[in-house]
Design a protein around this ligand. Sequence first.
Ligand code: AMP
Ligand code: MG
Length: 441
Amino acid sequence: MALFSRRKKTIEEPIVTETDVETLPEPPADGLDGLRPMEAHRDYLLSLVEELPPFGQQILDALDLSLCEDVISTVDLPGFDNSAMDGYAVQAADLEGASDDDPVVLAVVGEVAAGQSAVHSLSPGTAMKIMTGAPLPPGADAVVPYEDTDRGTDDVLVYTTATEGQHIRRQGEDLEAGTPIFADGDQLQARSIGLLAAIGLDKVMVRPRPRVVVIATGSELVEPGTPLARADQIYDSNSYMLAAAAKETGAQVFRVGLVSDDPEVVKQVINDQLIRADLIITSGGVSEGDHDVVKAVLPELGLTDFCKVAMQPGKPQGFGLIGDDKVPMIMLPGNPVSSFVSFEAFVRPVIRKLMGNPPYVRTAQVATAAEDIESIKGKRQFARGWVTTDDEGQRTVELVGGHGSHLIGDLARSNALVILDEETDRVAAGSVVPIWLLTED
Ligand code: AMP
Ligand code: MG
């Protein structure tokens, strides 16, 4: 008998079924033309990303971010009665009848500057020099500005009467302790940061800036600042444009160097970036070409959805939840105008959702078309436009360049996207069209 005979298998082999394969939730249905409606795609992406969890930030770093707590002032503002002018703290009753011709003389019994407190209270018939922001001495009930006196140091001549309370900033007149000053969801402006500091807070809970990694793919791409070595090379403009757009939206951006159309390199770079990304944006490689590497390899890295959207430019789109942490990733087409329009249509709303910063979708404005505009029925078209505003605030838009999605010069010369919806095939000059004004929030 063999000493080490193979044990006979008594346990049954597990049955492998196909039911547990993880996928993204069912994407929205395509239209009859096989294209996915633009808004349905955008809403689908928005449904697949969550607002980032609250994070404590220094108040200066919280500028433009969305608060995740209610803030109630624990202090009065001002915190104490103080002078609004440089002058003299007085008792108003002492100045009855004072005038240029008949000034009242008061003995000057001391001086208080901002950051000091009076050492004693003010008796009738006396005055105390006081500087703006200095605490009002007990006993004083008015401040007379220097301009109404002879600026005396031992005695002071006062040339006007005074009303009780004049030039005094009262404790709590701006804000009383216990007053709610900000609510969960408020976006913090420079003015709000000032108030947070004024009530003594150095940190607040906010949704942090999303960390957005931007990657450009394409073997033809060359880093700006280096010479083009061959006639078939072009400079990478997309990653700079997308990084800038993400920054403008409020993200903390990491722009990654160029990635060639080599599947292994693309996979490696994306895997390396997952650790620091709340969102990854790529450009290029999502259409039907033989070298459209992003579309080819991303399904190996996570759950993905590649589709054709009923929009122009920007038809090929990709989305994924990548890696173990399911990091959201938006894969944009490589033509610069397609990339930019796709950013506006899909990435900007997603970044704003991550930041908890509604409205997620840019609010459409309207302008009068200066010329006839042709459009393709069945697709949402975004034409580049230049909007001018007249003295009455009426906007007019004219087209900049053609529909070509490579026309980055025209894109840079425009300040709006003209939105031509699916039902529209022509907008007559003089009619009103919706626009996204790129210079406004
Ligand atoms: P793709 O989507 O990769 O097929 O690229 C479509 C077109 O966009 C091609 O003409 C590319 O050369 C161009 N393109 C792709 N990526 C970039 C980029 N980062 N900057 C400028 N143009 C690009
Ligand atoms: Mg490419």
